[in-house]
Write a protein that binds this ligand. Structure first.
Ligand code: CDP
Ligand code: MG
Length: 752
């Protein structure tokens, strides 16, 4: 959230990251405490790449001869892209050889599963093939991506290949950003966008074909779409549904869509990848990855390097450390160190695909976005520390948290495969072979089984799916997850006691926001501060507002302090926006105040879009002027679930779970000499400590008034009674929900 922007000093960050890494490692690996110098040992040569494992059994599989033919043809092609026209590049892709066969399978079937190595051309080519085969005459060709960055960058690439302007024939749509037009025939989008489109157009009539790309990722939205689209294709035989996957889940997808669904395997063109495992556990994976990269760089072999890191902060530290190390060395050859993660500005993202100046070696430091979503040609070395960040519901804190976990064996194999696309490569795994075999899961647990589902439950409920337990999930979420999410929606007033959508819930679903934020917008009208809440919600949707350039940290901090409102991070964001507006939305003003002008322009865009939805919903925009207590109360009305009570300086305890949570040093409430007894917060971030993110001081009585199911006022006479009443209410509600659910289960059994 916005407040993360002003990060701690480099030392603090490195320390925090170190703590975080240590915690993750201690948790999962047996620490042997040895150093990288001794640990990289040569392991037996493994042949990576076996796209044939998911044999279709339906006769579509190509002969292996093709693969070896292509291998001969390929040779070392790291600068291939630089010398070939787009057409030549397209025709060189493995998918091109089977173009006709793919199109004929699609013509003959409603649902087709296509499996192919990452980089074989599924994402960029299939949409164009369908377009060339005439599917765009009867509707849009849609292609979903689990990641926003992939949707944008692939759309850009395809528009370049087709020689047209992005947003015309080829466009993309991600939340709060629609880059399509009336002319658009190929539309890339996040899976979340298509899911929301189901609300207004349950049969997705505007599409003639939908490609659900990266199905192996098993993102929450893709999984829900599977269930919905399975019904859509049974109603609409004219719709083509293509499911693509990089790994070998093909059979599972095929069974889900009814056994006879054909699987087409694109013959791979891969080179052998030599795998090196660590001899013993690594103590600090950033340090180890940096050392390994420097060794590769100085080793004399040609080829670009790809390093996987769990998240942005590790990536930044890794990039800085590699540069530092090389500067310390005399006459080290130049190296282009390029980060890639979802929040990186798009012009910087594009750099990973470009040739580095002077043909110097590229070293890309990426999140697992580079595992299958984005393919960079020319990578011959992969450094894999074996970690990724996953969003997981944490019962201790009662909400989702991004945490670092070891990757699965399937991911490890995908990652090493990245080194063998354009020539024989090497992969350095910074974990032991034993760790891989014994401690890594075979496959990553699908998101639907590990995260809070309230947003999805709300969507499904408004799509008329009342029987959530009976919904056709590929892998059903644990029943407790569904019930927990329903309970959360009940406390927000979106569901009634029988689990049905209330009118508030129906309104909430119109906003492409977390249920808590949608509710805040809706109640703000009644409380007379919808203008202010609209701005705050828009500010929350942008990741980083403040920047802190190296060497000017103090100046940046001093400017930031001027915007801070001691009671609330939320109203501090409001303050920034209002001052920017007073300064005529000036970019210069942003720069002078160490504020990202681009981020603020994005906030303004988001605000305009949310305002449109408010207008459609007939929610009036009312300002409370300078009475910002009302704003804080409104925030409390939605965030009462995340409330904490003061315990010590900067330290709070969550009122419901009793776990300690801390003010972050970047919070407006930190070090102001003002320590409110009660606060609510937007979310917790788990690093070395549980830090509250975006905090607002609230009045204790508001909590009792707005969250009566959780809190009551400490009044000796009525307290006990109230508490008992609340417990009774909760018990009744839970009982009623249980009855409603078991009734659904009974009806389902009857129907079966
Ligand atoms: O989807 P799949 O992994 O099968 O491959 P793709 O994303 O369609 O990539 C096919 C080719 O296009 C690769 O050689 C990529 O390097 C290239 N590409 C690119 O140069 N720039 C992009 N933004 C996307 C893909
Ligand atoms: Mg792809």
């Amino acid at each position: 959230m916005a407040v993360v922007a002003a990060k701690g000093s480099r030392t603090v960050r490195t320390w925090r990251e170190k703590e975080e890494r240590k915690k993750a490692q201690e948790k999962h690996w047996d620490l042997a405490g040895s150093r990288l110098g001794e640990l990289i040992g040569v392991k037996a040569k493994e042949e990576e790449a076996d796209p044939g494992a998911a044999d279709d059994g339906g006769g579509y599989r190509e002969s292996q001869q093709f693969a070896s033919h292509m291998m001969d043809k390929a040779e070392a092609v790291s600068d291939f892209a630089m010398h070939k026209t787009f057409r030549e590049q397209r025709e060189y892709l493995p998918v091109f050889v089977v173009r006709q066969k793919i199109l004929s399978v699609i013509r003959d079937n409603t649902v087709v599963i296509i499996v192919g190595e990452t980089g074989s051309g599924k994402t960029t080519q299939l949409t164009q093939y369908l377009h060339e085969d005439g599917y765009s005459m009867t509707g849009l060709i849609g292609c979903t991506q689990p990641r926003r960055v992939a949707a944008m960058s692939v759309a850009k690439r395809v528009s370049e290949e087709m020689g047209i302007k992005l947003g015309e024939d080829v466009g993309y749509a991600i939340r709060f950003e629609d880059c399509t037009s009336d002319k658009t025939v190929i539309k890339y989008m996040t899976d979340g966008i298509l899911l929301r489109e189901c609300l207004g157009d349950p049969d997705l009539d505007q599409y003639s074909a939908i490609i659900m790309d990266e199905a192996h990722e098993r993102s929450l939205n893709t999984d829900v779409l599977f269930g919905l689209l399975r019904d859509v294709v049974s109603r609409r035989t004219d719709l083509k549904l293509i499911i693509t996957s990089a790994t070998m889940d093909a059979e599972k997808f095929s069974t889900f869509f009814g056994g006879n669904t054909p699987c087409f395997t694109i013959p791979g063109r891969t080179f052998p990848v030599e795998i090196f495992h660590a001899k013993s556990s690594v103590e600090d994976y950033v340090e180890a990855a940096v050392k390994q990269t420097v060794t590769i760089h100085l080793g004399g072999l040609e080829g670009d390097v790809l390093i996987f890191m769990p998240g942005q902060e590790d990536i930044e530290v890794t990039c800085a450390m590699i540069k530092e190390r090389l500067e310390e060395l005399d006459e080290a050859p130049p190296l282009a160190v390029l980060p890639i993660y979802s929040q990186l500005p798009s012009d910087l993202q594009a750099k990973i695909f470009q040739k580095a100046p002077g043909g110097m070696r590229k070293c890309i430091v990426a999140t697992n976005i580079a595992e299958t979503s984005l393919t960079v040609d020319g990578i011959l070395f992969v450094v894999d520390p074996g970690y990724c960040k996953l969003k997981v519901f944490n019962p201790r804190i009662g909400m989702d948290a991004l945490q670092i976990f070891p990757v699965s064996q399937a991911s490890a194999s995908q990652r090493s495969g990245r080194a063998g696309r354009t020539g024989p490569g090497q992969c350095y795994r910074l974990y032991t072979e034993r760790q891989m075999k014994e401690e890594m899961l075979r496959n990553t647990v699908p998101e639907i089984q590990r995260t809070n589902l309230s947003h999805v439950v709300l969507l499904l409920k408004s799509l008329g799916v009342d029987d959530l337990l009976g919904f056709h999930f590929m892998d059903a979420p644990p029943q407790d997850n569904i019930l927990n999410s329903m309970y959360q929606l009940w406390t927000l007033g979106a569901l009634d006691n029988t689990g049905r959508l209330t009118s508030l819930g129906r309104k909430m679903v119109e906003f492409p926001l977390d249920p808590t934020l949608s509710k805040m917008i809706i109640v703000s009208e009644e409380m007379g501060c919808s203008d202010e809440i609209l701005t705050i919600v828009s500010m929350l949707s942008v990741p980083a507002i403040f920047f802190r350039p190296k060497g000017r940290e103090d100046d940046a901090d001093a400017k930031k302090e001027k915007f801070q409102v001691p009671e609330s991070d939320h109203t501090s964001y409001l303050n920034v926006y209002l001052q920017w507006r007073m300064n005529k939305y000036s970019s210069k003003w942003c720069n002078d105040n160490f504020i990202h002008a681009k981020a603020m322009r994005k906030v303004r865009e988001v605000r305009a879009q949310l305002k449109d939805i408010m207008d459609q919903q007939k929610i009036t925009i009312i300002s409370c002027g300078t009475d910002w207590d009302v704003v804080r109360k409104c925030i409390c009305s939605s965030y009462f679930q995340n409330a904490a009570r003061l315990k010590g300086i900067g330290e709070y305890v969550n009122l419901r779970t009793g776990i300690p949570c801390f003010l972050h040093p970047t919070s407006a409430l930190f070090g102001m000499g003002y320590t409110p007894d009660y606060v609510v917060y937007h979310e917790l971030i788990m690093t070395a400590k549980e830090y509250m993110q975006s905090v607002t001081a609230v009045d204790g009585t508001w909590l009792a008034e707005l969250g009566p199911m959780f809190y009551s006022i400490k009044d000796a006479t009525s307290r006990k009674e109230k508490k008992q009443q609340t417990l009774k209410d909760v018990a009744t509600m839970e009982e009623e929900m249980k009855i409603a659910q078991s009734e659904l289960v009974r009806r389902k059994h009857e129907a079966d």
